[in-house]
Write a protein that binds this ligand. Structure first.
Ligand code: SAM
Ligand code: SF4
Length: 321
């Protein structure tokens, strides 16, 4: 599918649940449970698979499952196995907080998952419990180890840069890439939904991080990658920077998003959404395909967050980062 600005859209990011076993302060309000989407509004696996089939016919070849926390949804391994059988789907990846990964990694790999991105903002046990409101760092570390063992690689570790919280650990994260073939990616904090952003954490641009680590050497830019990659000299892994705000990557955007309640979001930073629930309930396969195709027409050229546009109203856990 080619959008109105000549971009080839071949990547669908699916949020399979808005529920999560953590409550990261910049992502979810503490009372996350009270504003949860009711079960009957969440897409069923049948609906997700039907949409994925239509998307594959339109040229989508890569899927990323996210959430909420995708691994808390029952039978995710089964969903992935069925998705992997769809003609045209070449790659299925997952973004996860890693808490349940030690138990699931092997089955996920067997079902067809290629790689995992694991979100981890601190290597300190107490700070981890604080930022996630109660999470256990040991579980994530065990998850990373198991993912490496079963070959869900190369692993990417996503670190949200939080001024006043984890900036003293940036160097430790970068050091991890010296002897391990992993990619550590710094993500700029985004003003999204009701997240506890701004008051407690200072926004740090990737440029600011880069200035602190002049030993990082630039690597060649990968096409469609949202990250700009650097490397420590002789390191096995690399360090990526994802700058949604200070240096947006809209010109190369190749993706659309499907929320757990069945809305196509053509752009993360726009409130535009197209409801697929009705067409899934009442429409033919052809109508589902046409609706999906039409959603591409709503992709904007670029977001306007750094020109003062208001942040979107949905929380990140309801979209899928
Ligand atoms: N639960 C999974 C996880 O944490 O990886 C998947 C969903 S989570 C919404 C996806 C990514 O969005 C995570 O890496 C998280 O750190 C990031 N994220 C959430 N809120 C954010 C915000 N306000 N700014 C920047 N990144 C955010
Ligand atoms: Fe859950 Fe991921 Fe949001 Fe943290 S960032 S609350 S793990 S969805």
């Amino acid at each position: 599918m080619i959008d109105n600005f000549g971009r080839e859209i071949n990547y669908l990011r699916i949020s399979i649940t808005d529920r999560c076993n953590l409550r990261c302060k910049y992502c979810m309000p503490e009372a996350g449970v009270s504003n949860i989407i009711p079960h009957d509004q969440i897409l069923s696996f049948e609906e997700i698979l039907r949409l994925t089939e239509a998307a594959a016919k339109l040229g989508i070849s890569k899927i990323r499952l996210t959430g909420g926390e995708p691994l808390v949804r029952n039978s995710i391994v089964d969903l992935i196995g069925r998705m992997n059988d769809i003609d045209g789907i070449d790659e299925i990846d997952i973004t996860t907080n890693g808490v349940l990964l030690a138990d699931l990694a092997e089955d996920l790999k067997k079902a067809g998952v290629k790689r995992v991105n694991i979100s981890l903002d601190t290597l300190d046990h107490e700070k981890y419990a604080e930022i996630t409101r109660g999470g256990d760092l040991n579980k994530v570390l065990a998850g990373i180890k198991e993912a490496q063992r079963v070959g869900l690689t190369p692993i990417k570790i996503n670190v949200v840069a939080l001024g006043g919280f984890n900036e003293d650990e940036f160097g430790d994260f970068i050091e991890l890439t010296r002897d391990n073939d992993i990619s550590v990616r710094f993500i700029e904090l985004m003003p999204i939904g009701s997240a506890d952003v701004g008051e407690n954490y200072r926004f740090i641009s990737n440029e600011e991080i880069l200035k602190r680590f002049p030993e990082l050497e630039p690597m060649e830019k990968e096409k469609f990658s949202v990250a700009v990659n650097y490397k420590l000299p002789e390191a096995k892994g690399n360090v990526g920077f994802i700058s949604a705000l200070s240096n947006h990557f809209c010109a190369e955007c190749n993706k659309i998003r499907l929320t757990s309640d069945g809305k196509i979001k053509p752009c993360l930073h726009s409130n535009d959404e197209l409801d697929m629930k009705k067409v899934l309930a009442e429409g033919s396969d052809e109508e589902v395909l046409e609706a999906l195709k039409a959603s591409i027409g709503y992709k904007v050229e670029h977001h306007k967050l750094n020109e003062g546009a208001a942040p979107i109203s949905r929380d990140m856990n309801k979209i899928g980062g």
